[in-house]
Design a protein around this ligand. Structure first.
Ligand SMILES: [Zn+2]
Ligand SMILES: [Zn+2]
Length: 334
């Protein structure tokens, strides 16, 4: 089984697109890697992949949401699939859960022998079971034919249906709050408190006071972003435009409101991810941040797939709100 050392050396060998490398962070430094930053279930051949965010703590992966293609993105981030250990699902829109089963399966195919703990709102247990039923024919064959551990014995689904403590171990304390993402009632944001800093992932939400409370004083807030002028363009390409517009406005956060949330919570670094529209390359980074800047003067990172964001430097980065500077610190894996 590939171990943490190999992961670190692979990450260390990686050079970023802008010529910097991730070697400046040691193998065990906490970091966020954005695996997929495009909101929505539609897949595109070029550009941003579907939503997933990785938190690496001491080399251990904590995967938040599993949009289509998460397994491949995890590999591209240098994390061997069989290192999978913890998964967190914010809510059960398919751009956040469709690869929950495949991610676990791919870990097993790569030699996983240890349990995978998946945390999420209902019906995560039912979803995990449904996937295992779907895969049963193949799993049965491989258990017998290849002597593999039974995948069904490795998957542990933990369901929660209210805000509060989700899990805790010696690396992290994970808490959740319910956010506003109608019509889904059970939609949550997560806060990860680690020794090196605190990271909040918004999940999908419209402006939610509950999220502000959860993110209070966090070092990093990874927040979704809806760019209203771009929404109009997006809607011209879909058949269900009227309903879609209503859903977007009621359940996602326009960039100005993202700024209001960040300033009210007093976060140090704001990372944008889950872009809507996420497949329109004509929207510039400045356009994504323009509305936010009206309210929030802290550091803003416009997320890109496979961007690496060291957690500790965000904690220490108070007073350095330069966008250009944060680009230098947030590196891209090839
Ligand atoms: Zn979504
Ligand atoms: Zn959603």
């Amino acid at each position: 089984m590939t171990d943490i050392k190999e992961l670190a050396s692979r990450a260390g060998r990686s050079a970023s697109k802008d010529g910097t490398s991730v070697q400046s962070t040691t193998e065990r430094d906490a970091r966020i890697i954005l695996l997929g930053t495009k909101g929505g279930p539609r897949i595109v051949s070029e550009g941003r992949k579907n939503p997933s965010t990785l938190l690496l703590l001491g080399g251990v992966p904590y995967v938040v949401d599993c949009g289509y293609g998460t397994s491949m993105q995890l590999q591209r981030a240098g994390v061997p699939p069989n290192m999978l250990r913890y998964i967190f699902i914010t809510h059960h829109h398919s751009d956040h859960n469709i690869d929950l089963g495949p991610l676990i399966y791919n870990a097993w195919a790569a030699g996983l022998k240890t349990p995978v703990e998946a945390y999420g709102p209902p019906p995560i247990k039912e979803i995990a079971k449904a996937f295992l039923d779907y895969a049963a024919y193949d799993v049965d064959i491989r258990v017998k034919d290849e002597g593999r551990v039974d995948l069904r014995e490795l998957v542990v689904a933990h369901e929660f249906d209210r805000p509060g403590l989700v899990m805790q171990n010696d690396q992290v304390r994970v808490t959740a709050t319910r956010v506003r993402h109608p019509p889904i009632h059970h939609s949550y944001a997560f806060r990860f408190d680690t020794r090196e800093g605190s990271v909040v992932v918004s999940g999908d939400t419209t402006y939610s006071p509950e999220l502000i409370e959860l993110a209070m004083g966090a070092d990093v807030l990874v927040h979704e972003a809806l760019y209203l002028p771009g929404l109009q363009q997006l809607l011209q390409r879909v058949p269900n435009a009227a309903t879609m517009r209503e859903h977007q406005l009621a359940s996602h956060t326009a960039t100005e409101d993202v700024g209001r949330v960040a300033v009210a919570a007093g976060v140090k670094t704001l990372v944008l991810s889950h872009f809507v529209p996420g497949d329109d390359p004509s929207i510039t980074d400045d356009e994504w941040t323009e509305g936010i800047r009206k309210h929030f003067s802290g550091r803003i990172i416009v997320g890109k797939d496979l961007m690496v964001i060291p957690v500790r430097s965000q904690r220490l980065g108070r007073g350095m709100p330069s966008h250009a500077r944060c680009r230098g610190e947030a590196t891209l894996l090839p």
